[in-house]
Design a protein around this ligand. Structure first.
Ligand code: 3HC
Ligand code: NAI
Length: 686
């Protein structure tokens, strides 16, 4: 492997140039290279100072996250930082791009930070459930003041070049030759190392105010409390003691399941972006114009996604009246963003100008990509696809937003099944990040790559999945929905079920969600598919449709947004349970949670067995971005690993026996992994 640090000496100045693609993470080899550079510069009397520079898209992206959990290799980051801090000769960090986490900690241990206009300086460790662990919690406060440093750490977003200099974190922005400027700074008197500066922390009162404002986040994010404690230590302890305090907190957090989950998410999101089995060199097709069919709930939101990304889009309806309603829906949504202050009026106008309404499918003729979002009816969808086949250009990607229907059947209505696939957005489409890109039997690699690429342009998180009823997300959700209903029959109340999931970290439980969406939606789907849900059906028959009728699973007196429990619902459930012959009992919260979550995991395992999802991490990403699964729980498959697959299998077997429902029996893959002492994460590696 190429040495990640090049060492040159020119006119008495040593330059250590980092080149550790893709992002210059501080791997053991990079740390060793930088450590050697400091030693060589120190040892050679002909060298008067050292410049640390980097090539590539970042300066240094931070510690190498993939090394976390492995035995530490010397020199550690702390040792490297100490060597820079203690160097007798001056060292300049010449920062051309992002210096993040450990990367900024390295830079803060240098004498100066000379930065380019594209530089970004940040401490994003909090997003991984961590805190800066190599002196960052002590040096940042001394450079920019304790209150500002705490904000930088807890918010986790980097400062741009101008802001970094204004804050004191960097010394100067250089528009021209960064290396030449860095060399020039070496001519100045070497300042006291940051570790020896007692000034700069700012007022304790300002810090405590900031800490109090940020402490709210500490309830679910333990790292926030640790950030606060470490920065406070800067006021209260000598530097070395405070660094040891920080180190202890860092190591504790590194071992916390919440940080492990967030690190899993970091890698799972990046892996999901690589489409499994795509032939090397597959190129996405250019998409200059899009068309969206239908301007209902989904079509309107999807059209906005294109406009927000600067892509001209035609919204197509069956008649002028429906089109007018759809365009009004779009305008209304933009308008409320303007009112909230999250969208400038000029931006709204720019976006609206990219959306053009039309009537009739012939208006798709110029589109490079069509997203169909008409009613969820196979007959209609097939007609639409046959029509699109006749009128669109060769090579146009024909995508459907269907929630459940068979994409191969739609593709068969065209003469070009290779260009047909699913682009399954989630409601509200202009907000939710997930995009399930559904690969049909005949979908071509180019079509797939195009849909994923356009998904990223629309600021979505695309995950490629296969064809089956409900794809990955809704298929797993239906398992949870079934169990939630069944738990009511068995004696749990709607609020107990909702509370189990809210306490787990979801923003809302399934029944509060149903009340919000309207109970008639599920009822209509069940009617169409011949399914039943006795409690939900009885509520609809009692005209309890949710918030819109001020009563559903809960009561919403005077249009309240939060429901209150209703004894009528308890009585109704009891009656239905008696009719169904289900005996009621007290059910504890832990059992409720297992009943809701573990059947989803089981379905996820079946999805993997069938190859509907390529990797367990893809399923986790679906749940994080489509259903608000709490990130610090890592997604359902990671969660199963974290509680242990043996436990999962034992609980599922118990539930199957208790309820007589064989679909709860552990899937063969889950049973095998548990028996082998394996995990979903191990499956990925194997
Ligand atoms: N360690 C290991 N690998 C990393 C990494 C890191 N810190 N940062 C990025 N990578 C890898 C990614 O996994 C990805 O690998 P892949 O191509 O095999 O999937 C590759 O680098 C490219 O990453 P992105 O796709 O994210 O590239 P972008 O250009 O979109 O983004 C970035 C670049 C802004 C640097 C982004 O990768 C990022 O935010 N990285 C993490 C930064 C971070 O959290 N740093 C703090 C680490 S913890 C720390 O430093 C502890 C210290 O205080 C002791
Ligand atoms: P909707 O009923 O709100 O809107 C459908 C729109 O399609 C209507 O405005 C209708 O006039 C229009 N339409 C019907 N036939 C048409 C045709 N031939 N040409 C052009 N327009 C036509 O439906 P919604 O909720 O937007 O759903 C659309 C699709 O998206 C469905 O397949 C649904 O399963 C799927 N979906 C829905 C989600 C949701 O939460 N509502 C989530 C994800 C997918």
């Amino acid at each position: 492997m190429a040495d990640p640090v090049r060492f040159d000496v020119v006119d008495g100045v040593a330059v250590a140039t980092i080149g550790n693609p893709p992002v210059n993470a501080l791997s053991a080899a990079l740390r060793a290279g930088l450590f050697r550079a400091v030693q060589r510069a120190e040892a050679d009397p002909a060298i008067r100072g050292l410049v640390i520079a980097a090539e590539g898209r970042t300066f240094i992206a931070g510690a190498d996250i993939s090394e976390f959990g492995k035995p530490p290799a010397s020199p550690t980051l702390a040792e490297l930082v100490a060597a820079l801090d203690g160097a007798a000769k001056p060292v300049v960090a010449a920062i051309q791009a992002a210096a993040l986490g450990g990367g900024l900690e390295v830079a803060m241990a240098c004498s100066w930070r000379v930065i380019g206009p594209r530089a970004k300086l940040g401490l994003p460790e909090v997003k991984l459930g961590l805190l800066p662990g190599s002196g960052g919690t002590q040096r940042a406060p001394r450079l920019m003041g304790a209150a500002a440093a705490l904000r930088l750490m807890v918010v986790g977003d980097p400062l741009d070049a101008e802001a970094a200099v204004a804050s004191g974190l960097a010394d100067t922005v250089v528009a021209g030759d960064l290396l030449a400027a860095a060399r020039e700074w070496l001519g100045r008197p070497k300042p006291k190392p940051v570790s020896q500066r007692d000034e700069g922390l700012g007022s304790r009162e300002d810090f405590e105010k900031e800490a109090a404002a940020l402490a709210k986040r500490a309830t679910t994010e333990p790292q926030v409390a640790d950030c606060i404690a470490c920065v406070r230590a800067a006021f209260e302890m000598p530097f070395a003691e405070a660094v040891a305090f920080e180190r202890e907190a860092f190591l504790r957090l590194l071992d916390d399941p919440r940080s492990k989950a967030l690190r899993h998410v970091f890698f799972a999101e990046r892996e999901a972006a690589r489409i499994a089995g795509l032939p090397a060199g597959t190129q996405p097709r250019p998409v200059a114009r899009a068309a969206v069919l239908g301007s209902g709930t989904m079509g309107a939101g999807i059209a906005m996604c294109f406009a927000n990304a600067g892509i001209p889009v035609r919204v197509i309806e069956t008649d002028e009246a429906a089109l007018a309603r759809g365009m009004e829906r779009i305008r209304g949504t933009y308008e409320s963003s303007v009112k909230r202050g999250s969208l400038a009026p000029a931006k709204r106008d720019e976006r609206l100008a990219l959306i053009e309404g039309a009537v009739g499918l012939d208006a798709t003729a110029e589109a490079d990509l069509v997203v169909e979002a008409v009613f969820e009816e196979m007959g209609l969808k097939k007609q639409v696809f046959a029509h699109l086949d006749r009128v669109t250009k060769p090579g146009t990607i024909l995508a459907t937003n269907t929630s459940y229907l068979d994409i191969d059947e739609m593709a068969a209505a065209t003469s070009r099944p290779q260009d047909v696939l699913g682009m399954h957005f989630f409601s509200p489409a202009n907000v939710m990040k997930l995009l399930e890109v559904v690969r049909g039997r005949d979908t071509s690699p180019e079509a797939l790559a195009t849909a994923a690429e356009i998904g990223r342009k629309l600021a979505k998180v695309p995950v490629v999945v296969g064809v089956c009823y409900g794809f990955v997300g809704n298929r797993m959700l239906s398992r949870r929905t079934q169990q939630a209903e069944r738990l009511l029959l068995e004696g749990a109340t709607p609020e107990q079920v909702d509370k189990a999931l809210v306490d787990f970290g979801f923003r809302m439980g399934p029944f509060a969600m149903s009340d919000l969406a309207g109970l008639d939606i599920g009822w209509r789907i069940r009617r169409a598919t011949g399914k039943r849900a006795p409690v939900a059906d009885a509520l609809v028959e009692a005209e309890r449709l949710g918030q819109k009728t001020q009563k559903g699973y809960y009561l919403y007196p005077d249009g309240a947004r939060t429901g209150v429990p209703d004894s009528e619902v308890t009585a109704l459930i009891r009656r239905v349970a008696a009719q169904e012959g289900v005996e009621q009992r007290e059910i504890g919260q832990a059992e409720i949670l297992d009943r809701l979550v573990l059947p989803m995991v089981n379905e996820g395992a079946r999805i993997l067995e069938e190859g509907i999802a390529a990797r367990p991490g893809d399923i986790d990403v679906v749940w994080l971005h489509g259903y608000n699964w709490p990130a610090w729980r890592g997604g359902p498959m990671h969660y199963a690993d974290s509680v242990g697959l043996l436990h999962v299998v034992a609980r599922l077997a118990e539930f199957a026996q208790q309820t007589g429902d064989d679909s709860l029996l552990p899937s063969p893959l889950l049973a095998r992994l548990a028996a082998e002492g394996g995990s979903f994460a191990g499956l990925k590696a194997g």
